[in-house]
Design a protein around this ligand. Structure first.
Ligand SMILES: Nc1ncnc2c1ncn2[C@@H]1O[C@H](COP(=O)(O)OP(=O)(O)O)[C@@H](O)[C@H]1O
Ligand SMILES: [Mg+2]
Length: 266
């Protein structure tokens, strides 16, 4: 596949949520959480989506994997128009995987790491032995010792749990990762390790990554391209260096100005 074909191309995507009211909870109106958004994720690149809490970042990526319905818009994956996005069943879910903010609540506390990692492959008809072999390989890839296979999620630190979530997302060999605030619940030193891991995975596996964050320092460290959102709309989108060094829009300037600068005392 020529790498000039974008991993993801979205045009005019909108997501609307019903606003209910009255005794019978009838739909009174619709709230537009994502409003006519267009963007491109190039192959092997990291596109960060930034903006304040509630501006529609999570809703945008959830709509791509069918976790919320699109009201309108066109979504192309490696040049092919996507129609069926039923979560968990379609081909999209093998090509595109999501990793969430809170690594603890996204891992079943009653399952061992083996069960957590093998489940996506076993559900797709792969033998347990083959799934376990791949689980071992991926644990090594995310720098978790193989002894972890018999352990439960509570036996790991926050950073290790996020590594487990990343390993699980890679079990089905996706081409695109959607990372929704994956470093936001972690300590700063651990954040850096997860950013390095994502960058390595992008380089080694040729992954294309959408990286959602409200933290501009983290975005600076990892992005090739940046999409700035405000109240569901795109404010600006383009090369990360351009946008982070020479923002064109007041809103982006304000976001960047909100990053605390640590001054050394004399
Ligand atoms: N399932 C839902 N039903 C109704 N409103 C929702 C739902 N999910 C999100 N929203 C609303 O959509 C807006 C965008 O939310 P979200 O995408 O979670 O923002 P972000 O990820 O940027 O913080 C918010 O106003 C939120 O309250
Ligand atoms: Mg969110």
């Amino acid at each position: 596949m020529p790498s000039s074909v974008p991993a993801i191309e979205v045009k005019g995507l909108s997501v609307k949520f019903p606003v209910r009211g009255g005794v019978f909870g009838k739909v009174k109106d619709y709230f537009t959480a994502v409003d006519n958004v267009s963007f491109t994720l190039s192959q092997g690149k990291i596109l960060s989506i930034v903006g304040e809490s509630g501006c529609g970042k999570s809703t945008l990526v959830k709509s791509l994997v069918g976790l919320v319905p699109m009201a309108s818009g066109e979504f192309k994956l490696f040049g092919n128009k996507v129609k069926d996005r039923m979560a968990g069943t379609s081909r999209v879910c093998d090509l595109v995987q999501m990793v969430f903010q809170d690594p603890f609540s996204s891992l079943n506390p009653r399952q061992t790491v083996t069960e957590i990692l093998t489940a996506p492959l076993v559900a797709r008809g792969v033998s347990f032995a083959d799934a376990e072999k791949r689980a071992r390989e991926l644990l090594e890839r995310v720098s978790i010792p193989a002894g972890a296979l018999q352990k439960f999620p509570h036996e790991f630190s926050g950073g290790q749990r996020q590594r487990l979530c990343i390993a699980r997302s890679l079990m089905v060999s996706p081409k695109v990762l959607l990372c929704d605030e994956v470093t936001s619940a972690l300590d700063v030193s651990v954040q850096a390790q997860i950013l390095h891991l994502l960058d390595d995975l992008r380089n080694d596996l040729g992954l294309s990554i959408i990286f959602i964050s409200h933290d501009m320092q983290v975005v600076r460290a990892i992005s090739d391209d940046v999409l700035v959102m405000y109240f569901g709309k795109v404010v600006e989108c383009g090369n990360a260096d351009e946008i982070l060094i020479r923002p064109q829009h007041d809103y982006t300037k304000k976001l960047l100005a909100s990053v605390p600068v640590v001054k050394r005392s004399a």
